[in-house]
Design a binder for this molecule. Structure first.
Ligand SMILES: N[C@@H](CCC(=O)N[C@@H](CS)C(=O)NCC(=O)O)C(=O)O
Length: 210
């Protein structure tokens, strides 16, 4: 069975939990506490030398990391991944956008706000992260103003990857009230079959020695 290493607070992990659940794929779930640096133990680094969750162990023991690569692998040949060449490239376009122009700002602001105390450097950087996060949200709003979903008018991986941190952006201090197209899209995403909340436990809980 597939085994997912993840921290329940993680939006990157949520992408994988959501796709596994929506595709009806059973999986084991190992909770890894990033606040306790459990991703940096020798045992975890042997699985993912980059020391980060989500990391998925495949049936043959191979470990796969990077949320967008993991969901791409899982969704290949399913209704969540388009078959058309251009639509596949557009899906990657939005997943790369999420990783380069959205996650480092929207997700990181949320993570810092969850910390018991932000460092002085984090406090100094926060306004710029917020500014760049809003820039990413503006791009999304413009695209969604005339569309139901990110690619080919069909719910898929591009939506999963961008929904993960957008729907909890308020936890990072973002005000989404002026983003009507994003809000309508988030409702459509949450209405998809077998949708789960970021806080919902998923998979079969398994413990592993650190
Ligand atoms: N680009 C990676 C980012 C993974 C990432 O930043 N994971 C964070 C949690 S969301 C983590 O493991 N942090 C713990 C650490 O850096 O030690 C992805 O999309 O999976």
């Amino acid at each position: 069975m597939l085994r997912l290493y993840d921290d329940p607070i993680s939006g990157n992990g949520y992408k994988v939990r959501l796709v596994l659940t929506q595709l009806g794929i059973p999986f084991e779930y190992v909770a890894v506490d990033i606040m306790k640096s459990e991703t940096r133990t020798p045992a975890f680094l042997a699985k993912n030398p980059n020391g980060r969750i989500p990391t998925l162990r495949l049936e043959d023991g191979t470990y796969l990391a990077e949320s967008c690569a993991v969901i791409w692998y899982l969704a290949e040949g399913t209704k969540l991944a388009p078959a058309d060449r251009l639509a596949r490239a557009q899906t990657l376009q939005w997943m790369f956008f999420e990783q380069y122009s959205h996650e480092p700002y929207v997700a990181v602001a949320r993570f810092w706000k969850h910390l018991p105390k932000m460092s002085e450097e984090q406090q100094r950087q926060l306004p710029d992260r917020i500014k760049r996060g809003y820039a990413a949200l503006d791009v999304m709003e413009k695209h969604l103003a005339t569309r139901s979903f990110f690619v080919a008018e069909k719910y898929g991986l591009a939506d999963v990857s961008l929904y993960a941190y957008t729907h909890v952006a308020h936890e990072g201090g973002f005000d989404l009230s002026g983003y009507s197209a994003i809000n309508a899209w988030m409702k459509r995403v949450a209405a998809q079959p077998n949708h789960i909340a970021i806080t919902a436990p998923a998979g079969i809980a398994v413990k592993e020695a650190a």
